[in-house]
Design a protein around this ligand. Structure first.
Ligand SMILES: [Zn+2]
Ligand SMILES: [Zn+2]
Length: 341
């Protein structure tokens, strides 16, 4: 394979290029976890090119689209309410029936077991924007978005203390049987529903693979996009941002600045008008005792944080005005240039 590459391109772009390209390819291959890389690439290829080709040739049924949207929404909710707000942050307690639901559908997103996910996420909060943060945005958009998932070094890094999670037998069951459980939920379920509707391959490609690509991209965006774009109404101590666009796609996870400021709060969109379906559903489930002990940050503490950030914004604005004024004064005082003879 490499030999063919050399002979094909050597004459056109110079004798050094093929060996350099092979070297770079080998370096790339060694640097990344090949299993994760191939799996993610395969899912993305099947969910984009595969699904698009199938739809172009055979069309797509309304039932397959509805199944894809429903499954996308449920898996994102399970990651948001389960992996994130319950297991990683312990912002509430959940009835075993609801924990099983979250663990099953969370596995359907194929983003590692809840135990591993929570371990990485606890490191992210404990060491945000440092080398100890597995998806630190200071290492660039690509790394924070997906690079860290396939980077060998980060996957091999030590995990945080997980004593509380290891004490949960349901969570440990999901961890031990993650691959079969995730395969069943991510691929088996769409396939089964597809059999019932007489279109197993269409359901697998649209509600399985294409849905997974969407869920991957929007949840990855919280680590990349929501640490680069948006506002900081609650804290400027790290790079996290509040973003309505990200919240709309992730059941409310996009209010990431509030979440980093108050990670023990079960809400991410804390204000009444903010789009946080996870918060609304958890609140509703608390009324039927499926969840309890919802943790909230006292309103006065949140208000103090907002006032502090308003003061920071005023100071920044004054500093910018002063810099602009100094630049204008310097420009006015500059002597006129004498025309050259
Ligand atoms: Zn978090
Ligand atoms: Zn974050």
């Amino acid at each position: 394979m490499n030999h063919n590459l050399s002979t094909t391109h050597a004459g056109a772009i110079g004798p050094q290029t093929p060996s350099h390209a092979s070297f770079m390819l080998a370096k790339f291959w060694r640097r990344y976890d090949q299993g994760n890389l191939l799996f993610l690439a395969g899912v993305h290829a099947a969910g984009t090119v595969g699904a698009a080709t199938y739809i172009a040739l055979r069309g797509v049924s309304t039932a397959a689209v509805v199944a894809a949207v429903l499954l996308a929404w449920i898996t994102i909710f399970a990651i948001s309410a389960g992996y994130h707000r319950l297991f990683a942050h312990r912002t509430y307690e959940a009835h075993p029936v609801f924990r099983v639901f979250l663990l099953l559908f969370g596995a359907g997103a194929f983003q590692t077991s809840a135990l591993e996910w929570a371990a990485n996420h606890r490191r992210h909060h404990a060491r945000t924007d440092t080398d100890g943060d597995p998806y630190s945005v200071t290492r660039g958009f690509w790394h924070a978005h997906v690079g860290w998932v396939i980077a060998k070094a980060d996957l091999a890094a030590p995990t945080m203390a997980l004593k509380d999670l290891r004490a949960d037998p349901l969570l440990m069951w999901q961890h031990r049987h993650f691959v079969p459980v995730a395969s069943l939920m991510a691929f088996g379920l769409p396939l089964l529903v597809g059999v019932l509707f007489g279109d197993p391959l269409g359901f697998l490609l649209v509600a399985g693979f294409a849905r997974m690509v969407f869920v991957y991209q929007v949840t990855f965006a919280i680590n990349s996009f929501a640490h680069l774009f948006g506002t900081q109404p609650y804290s400027n101590r790290d790079s996290s941002r509040d973003s309505l666009a990200a919240a709309l796609l992730t059941c409310g996870e996009g209010y990431h600045n509030f979440h980093h400021a108050f990670p023990a709060d079960y809400r991410n969109g804390v204000r009444l008008h903010q789009f946080d379906p996870t918060k609304w559903i958890l609140f509703t489930l608390s009324k039927v005792r499926l969840v309890n002990g919802l943790r909230r940050t006292p309103a006065e503490v949140i208000e103090r944080a907002r006032q502090r950030m308003r003061a920071v914004a005023v100071q920044t604005s004054h500093a910018r005005s002063a810099v602009a004024l100094t630049a204008r004064v310097a420009h006015v005082r500059r002597p006129a240039l004498t025309p050259a003879r």
